[in-house]
Design a protein around this ligand. Sequence first.
Ligand code: ADP
Ligand code: ASP
Ligand code: MG
Length: 410
Amino acid sequence: MALLVQKYGGTSVGSIERIEAVAEKIIGYKNQGNDLVVVVSAMSGETNRLTALAREINPSIRGRELDVLLTTGEQVTIALLSIALEKRGCPAISYTGGQVRILTDDAFNKARILSIDSDNIHRDLKAGRVVVVAGFQGVDEKGNITTLGRGGSDTTGVALAAALKADECQIFTDVDGVYTTDPRVVADARRLEKITFEEMLEMASLGSKVLQIRSVEFAGKYEVPLRVLSSFADGPGTLITSETREVEPVEQAVISGIAFNRDEAQLTINGVPDTPGVAYQILGPISDANIEVDMIVQNVGADGTTDFTFTVNRGDYETALGSLKKTAQDLGAREASGNNKIVKISIVGVGMRSHAGIASRMFRILADEGINILMISTSEIKISVVVEEKYLELGVRALHDGFGLAESAS
Ligand code: ADP
Ligand code: ASP
Ligand code: MG
């Protein structure tokens, strides 16, 4: 008998039929003798719908009241799923995040989980109930409702699995595992049997939204056995593991996957004086406006002045450009400009540590397709490039083919 924490995402509970199908699935696991804690997301599209309502009133809405609103989506699905389980004679009980005291900090809209009170859950499990918990939400010390950032139900699942010392955390979604790249973009993307936490963390950070970044961080830190599976079909899914992957001495095995992020915009300031403190003067106002900067490139031109380029989330583009234009005036720069039609494509693999020439191979594959690289950044196990948005699909497919990801073994 095992204790399983299962998380079902938005599409998996997107209609009454889907919720009833999930109930059947859960009962199947229960009948095999497992104890089950089930985390659910809101029905697909619901969090977006609620956000849009709030934005009709205030386009830049953030903070406490937004969280009060957004958490209602998950409250609907916990109740509906519990009703579906009980209709089938399976005892079930639903809890909001606050009710199982998923205690978070008070950073509304992107709170972090601090602790979970698992006593009630253990009591319910002992009484034979399936415990259904609302994903994506908690309460702060003062009892204010908080949310964990988009995709946060994954983190609720992993955090519950860690707190309850579950045998496995199973993330059920609309694909049957983690693929070499998004299977919706590359038709012959291949499901991975296993991927390391380290690689999964890079993939998630670089835009593969199959798992929320924090859920992978959490699972790695607390060594939660984590698996991504389909809620629509049976199968082994993908195990996220702390094992170090055996890297075969063939080049194909060096890259595990390709991630991409459409949510990017690029800003440039040209002709700033090449003096100490200039980077701070440019990026200080950006960070003061709570805007996260991702890639940064600085180079000194023939005339001795500096050109400085960086990327931000696309949603922050207008604000960042406004701030940069003001900085350009203050610094006497030649020009501040931007481009919000760019994307980031990254290749990820622990095998890069032991293999040379991966970057040049990546650049050659892109060059062969006539794709111009606007920015490059590298770390030990990833290489990212920024390219124009229109090249996204072409670039990802070319790299997927060029690194032999479709046919190589996992
Ligand atoms: P859920 O609503 O279940 O949380 P998400 O939409 O958040 O589901 O995540 C699943 C989606 O992630 C898939 O439909 C797929 O398009 C996308 N995805 C992106 N990269 C990958 C990848 N490497 N492997 C699998 N799915 C991926
Ligand atoms: N419903 C939330 C969202 O759409 C949380 C989640 O689904 O994980 O982001
Ligand atoms: Mg998700």
